[in-house]
Ligand binder design. Structure first.
Ligand code: NAD
Ligand code: G6P
Ligand code: MN
Length: 442
């Protein structure tokens, strides 16, 4: 291992996930030495709470690391090795509308799936391109590790518009699920050897083995048939009752295709009627997060600032942070770790659009990733994925061309939307709500 120490920029410094990523970096300094951490956000006030608290924490726990928080792109992106991005364009106020507007018409209202995910995508693309361009301007050799959602649409946009950029799009849901699988089986998550195929928030495990090659699927299926992925787990993420409900519902999602194990997000596509019935249109997930995680994280930050110390503070780490730090380490030190990434298909799934962004296992090393081929999709997965990837591609084309028609088609094609009529009603409301965030549509 070299003596190199790395500089990390966290874009979306005011995110509820920023303290967790910083704590995770501090936990791994032996394997991934860090010399500088810089937070960047375009909301100075929001970020300053997290920034001031993290400044105190770092001064106490790792004074050798240079720490800054800034809204100035030149300061944030000069001399950086890794940009860890988790921005939310429009923040929770717009998430609330993404969830509520479709619900008005009896359609799933979700952050990344269905019309809400499309609306969020139309806001995110510009923000992500801006950060990517800053990175390339000020630190052309850096990697951007992007968590910002909706990852599928963001990934398709960067594939088309910045094909040579060093950006890797990731999602923590499969890892979070694999921690559950490991708990169900009574083994360590790093002992799981998996095959997985799909799009982001739209995929299936096709194999789960241990490192000796033993098939763990039968034991997992026995459990999932009864309980989904709902299991008592020592984690701070995905713990709210609504997440438990999502993990329990996997039981029914699994029953539709018992040859595979599903991503929990498939409930929005395969059981949209159930989801709508079980969502309070006046108190959606955005409210739960604002009353839960956001209050906790910003409350903890305020507490640190008032006391002037981060000793015994309430900031917590979770699998979300573990994943992005593992990925940075794999790129920096050529660990050849196998991780799920969202990457251009290019034949890795034989019978699927080579130009689609798919989520599959990859081997990560110094020069990026190598994809692990996944063979052919069964008809059920193929049909679903072709429909969904077309939604994502049409949304990106609509953003690029400013096309109302294509965005209407994207909504119409979403499996969560019952008709072109309903798609249009939702779209017209979304356009009104997203003024100033979306390109103008003609
Ligand atoms: P948050 O609202 O707490 O934080 C997002 C921050 O981004 C805010 O401080 C906001 O001011 C900032 N921001 C918005 N637009 C910006 C821009 N153009 N430039 C710089 N900063 C900007 O949100 P959160 O709940 O902490 O989530 C953050 C992001 O991470 C979201 O996109 C969320 O969907 C995503 N996320 C992804 C995964 C995954 O699996 N890929 C998992 C968890 C969260
Ligand atoms: C999972 C998904 C993320 C998503 C998050 C939402 O971790 O992989 O993509 O952003 O859940 O969680 P929240 O608690 O904000 O509803
Ligand atoms: Mn995700």
């Amino acid at each position: 291992m070299s003596n190199k120490q790395f500089a990390v920029t966290i874009a979306g410094g005011g995110s509820t996930f920023t303290p967790g990523i910083i704590l995770m970096l501090l936990d791994h300094l032996e394997e991934f030495p860090v010399r500088r951490i810089c937070l960047y956000d375009n909301d100075e006030e929001r970020q300053s709470w997290i920034g001031r608290a993290c400044e105190i924490l770092l001064r106490e726990r790792a004074p050798q690391i240079q720490f800054q928080y800034t809204v100035d792109p030149a300061t944030a992106f000069t001399d950086t090795d890794f940009v860890m991005a988790h921005i939310r364009v429009g923040k929770y106020a717009m998430r609330e509308l993404d969830e509520k507007i479709p619900m008005k018409y009896g359609v799933v209202g979700q952050e990344t799936c269905g019309p809400g995910g499309i609306a969020y995508g139309m806001r995110s693309i510009g923000g992500i391109l801006e950060i990517l361009d800053y990175m390339e301007q000020y630190s052309p050799n850096a990697w951007m590790l992007n968590y910002s959602n909706p990852a599928a649409i963001v990934a398709e946009a960067t594939r088309l518009l910045r094909p040579d950029s060093k950006i890797i799009n990731i999602c923590d849901m499969p890892l979070g699920t694999m921690l559950r699988m490991a708990k169900i089986l009574g083994i360590n998550q790093k002992d799981l050897d998996i095959q997985y195929v799909g799009l982001n928030h739209f995929g299936w495990w096709t194999q789960v083995r241990d490192q000796d090659g033993n098939d763990l699927m039968p034991a997992l299926k026995e459990y999932v048939k009864q309980n989904g992925y709902d299991v008592d787990i020592d984690s701070d993420q995905h713990m709210d009752e609504s997440w438990h409900e999502t993990f329990r519902k996997v039981r029914d999602v699994y029953a539709v295709d018992p040859d595979t194990l599903p991503n929990s997000y498939l409930k929005y596509y395969l059981f949209p009627d159930y989801v709508v019935e079980h969502t309070d249109p006046n108190y959606t997930r955005a409210h739960q997060v604002m009353d839960g995680r956001e209050k906790e994280v910003f409350g903890a930050a305020r507490d640190i600032i008032e006391k002037g110390t981060a000793q015994n503070c309430a900031f917590q780490v979770d699998e979300h942070a573990a994943y992005i730090v593992d990925l940075a380490r794999a790129l920096a030190f050529n660990t050849k770790e196998k991780m799920l990434l969202i990457v251009p298909n290019g034949g890795a799934i034989e019978n699927f659009d080579p130009e689609a962004m798919v989520e599959i296992p990859c081997i990560i090393g110094r020069n990026g990733y190598e994809k692990v081929c996944q063979g052919k999709l069964p008809q059920f997965q193929k049909g679903l994925m072709e429909q969904q990837v077309s939604v994502e591609k049409l949304a990106v084309e609509a953003w690029i061309e400013g096309s109302y028609q294509k965005l209407w088609q994207a909504l119409t094609l979403s499996k969560t939307v019952p008709s072109a009529r309903v798609a249009k009603l939702i779209l017209d409301d979304l356009i009104e709500a997203n003024k100033g965030y979306w390109p103008e549509l003609k």
